[in-house]
Design a protein around this ligand. Structure first.
Ligand code: ZN
Length: 137
């Protein structure tokens, strides 16, 4: 596994519209992408902070894991995403090391990333994502 940096920090919010002004008007960051990930039932908004991003996640359905997270724990930091050179290889390596995973194989995420999550029970309760850019077909 080769982690190069923190790719993004995922933050669960009830409403992008209500949350974006804090990042833009107070912190002076700029939202450069809003993207719906139908598969995960979320709408995402991205800000760059150096080479790390902030990813705001708004649920688009009560069935979304983000909706359930907010219901149980309120808005706030949801996950940490490490940039790796190869998501599939990283997930396989973790699996071989006996780390419990949510995703044994990568899936498509926002921002053209291949993503996979380890289970928070295996990561000190920090929901941890590993991601790399989608490979060109
Ligand atoms: Zn993420």
């Amino acid at each position: 596994m080769n982690i190069s940096h923190i790719e993004h920090i995922g933050i669960a919010v009830k409403s992008l519209e209500e949350s974006i002004p804090y990042y833009e008007k107070i912190l002076g960051l700029q939202c450069y992408n809003i993207e719906e990930v139908a598969d995960q039932k979320v709408k995402t908004a991205f800000f760059k902070v150096g080479q790390t991003k902030i990813e705001l996640l708004e649920p688009t359905s009560p069935e979304s894991t983000i909706a359930k997270f907010i219901e149980n724990r309120g808005e706030g930091i949801h996950h940490l995403a490490f940039a790796v050179d190869d998501t599939a290889a990283t997930l396989h390596e973790l699996n071989d090391k006996g780390v419990r995973l949510i995703d044994k194989e990568p899936r498509g995420g926002a921002e053209h990333l291949q993503i996979g999550f380890a289970h928070p029970k295996a990561t000190g309760s920090v929901l941890t994502e590993f991601c790399c850019p989608e490979k060109a077909e």
